[in-house]
Design a protein around this ligand. Sequence first.
Ligand code: B16
Ligand code: MG
Length: 225
Amino acid sequence: MTQNNLHGGQFSMPNEIRAVIFDLDGVLVDTAVFHFQAWKRLANSLGFDFTRKQNEQLKGVSRSRSLELILTWGNVHKTQEEQEQLAKQKNDWYLALINDMQPGDTLPGAVEVLTYLRANHYKIALGSASKNARLILKNTGIVHFFDAVVDGNAVQRSKPDPEVFLKGALALAVPADKCVVVEDSQAGIDAARAAGMQVVGLGSIDDLTGADYLISSVKELLSDQ
Ligand code: B16
Ligand code: MG
């Protein structure tokens, strides 16, 4: 593969791009299913339930904001202190699920794309809302691909604020207009645009707006997939 064949579907890597900033959940790994299980268990413990469709609204959204949304759906009111306890309980259940993740538990094409980018001297960063991102990268055996990891512990403001991606570009020492972000959530696409970066949206045109390119799987970043 050569530098210029990183394309496929509707995507072709623009020549000026020097760095790729990846979202984690929904792009490189499918942890959404574990988030859903843990949040559902929490909601059930409080006496209500929510749907998969509602769960879609939690994509790319921070843990505390996710809890606020879920409590609203259940019409349940909790003090700040109780909310912190509930968020911790959910995270404990979530951690028990991701602790079992291993090398290979990545989305199709993720390792091949990361391998290709490294071999072709692109800088690579992670830009994730998750405070558990490093553990997931380590468990799935892909942490060594990243020049920088910016996660939920490193930012003050959640997506759609551009902070996570601007910090990623800064850590890579690459200007924003030479970075492309790969994102599956609308909040993340909005954040990337607000950062002045190009953005590849992973998902359907019915759910995502504002991306420069749309693909349905990260493997479409490689032309021969
Ligand atoms: P944690 P991403 C996001 O990951 C998830 O999409 C979102 O559902 C989750 O609430 C958020 O991370 C925080 O995760 O509870 O592990 O800190 O898509 O930004 O990689
Ligand atoms: Mg995501």
